[in-house]
Design a protein around this ligand. Structure first.
Ligand SMILES: *Cc1c(COP(=O)(O)O)cnc(C)c1O
Length: 242
């Protein structure tokens, strides 16, 4: 069994090598540790090994974990789907939301963001492959939505998030990521001050960094494999195989 600290170290090394290969400065890429289904102890271990940004998909699970870890200065990213009736949980308990795909959700998050907190950082989820199994807006819809979201007072539009379909090899992964990168670049050319391109996971972080990712969301390579059935099945993390 490899410790979370050792696996984190290995992921950081992969990021470093990918940045070197892409001739990009290493500090351009943030590591988000995706801790869904793992219990608070796993996050404590990761934090002790220097990790402070965590991504969660299931809102109730995340809120419970955050309460259990309130003594640690962690940053919480919502990377799961946001239903209209769950926006308040995100507005009140998270620092970032990566999965904005319609204006109504963004408006609710903005209205519900508590005044005592800084604005919620958000990314718009992009679906460049028009994949029916994935959420997200098409490249054509991205810029109009981005302009609307950028005007909302309770939010700060930070950029674009992308989840590709699994692809067979580095070249195929990179080709899809480059399409997300192109859409992100168009936002910047349109004058939107975005700085975050959230793409790359355990299996494709090298290709994502080669295509310009600034934030990789890595779960399995840090915490091990998640038990099938996933949602809410919080595990005793240290013994988790993978
Ligand atoms: C679960 C998840 C990840 C992490 O995936 P791994 O393959 O375990 O690294 C990243 N992004 C999103 C949106 C996820 O749901």
């Amino acid at each position: 069994m490899t410790s979370i600290a050792a696996k984190l170290q290995r992921v950081r090394e992969r990021i470093r090598q990918a940045c070197a290969a892409a001739q990009r400065p290493c500090d351009e890429v943030t590591l988000l540790a995706v801790s869904k289904t793992f219990g608070p102890q796993a996050l404590r271990e990761a934090h002790a090994a220097g990790q402070s940004a965590f991504g969660e998909n299931y809102l109730q699970e995340a809120v419970a974990k955050r309460a259990a870890l309130i003594d640690l200065p962690l940053q919480w990213h919502c990377i799961g789907p946001i239903q209209g009736n769950k926006t308040r949980l995100v507005a009140e308990h998270f620092d970032w939301a990566h999965t904005i795909d319609r204006l109504r959700i963004a408006q609710r998050l903005s209205e519900q963001r508590p005044r005592g907190l800084p604005p919620l950082n958000v990314c718009i989820q992009l679906n460049v492959e028009h994949s029916p199994t994935k959420a997200g807006v098409s490249p054509d819809e991205l810029e109009p939505l981005a302009h609307e979201v950028a005007r909302l007072p309770g939010l700060v539009l930070r950029g674009v998030m992308h989840i590709p379909e699994p692809a067979p090899d580095f070249a195929a992964q990179k080709a899809v990521h480059l399409r997300a990168r192109a859409a992100f670049d168009r936002l910047r050319e349109a004058g939107l001050p975005v700085d975050t391109l959230s793409m790359g996971m355990s299996d494709d972080l090298e290709a994502a960094i080669a295509a310009g990712s600034t934030l990789v969301r890595v779960g399995t390579a840090i915490f091990g494999s998640r038990s099938p059935g996933g949602a809410g099945a919080v595990q005793a993390a240290p013994g988790n195989p993978g």
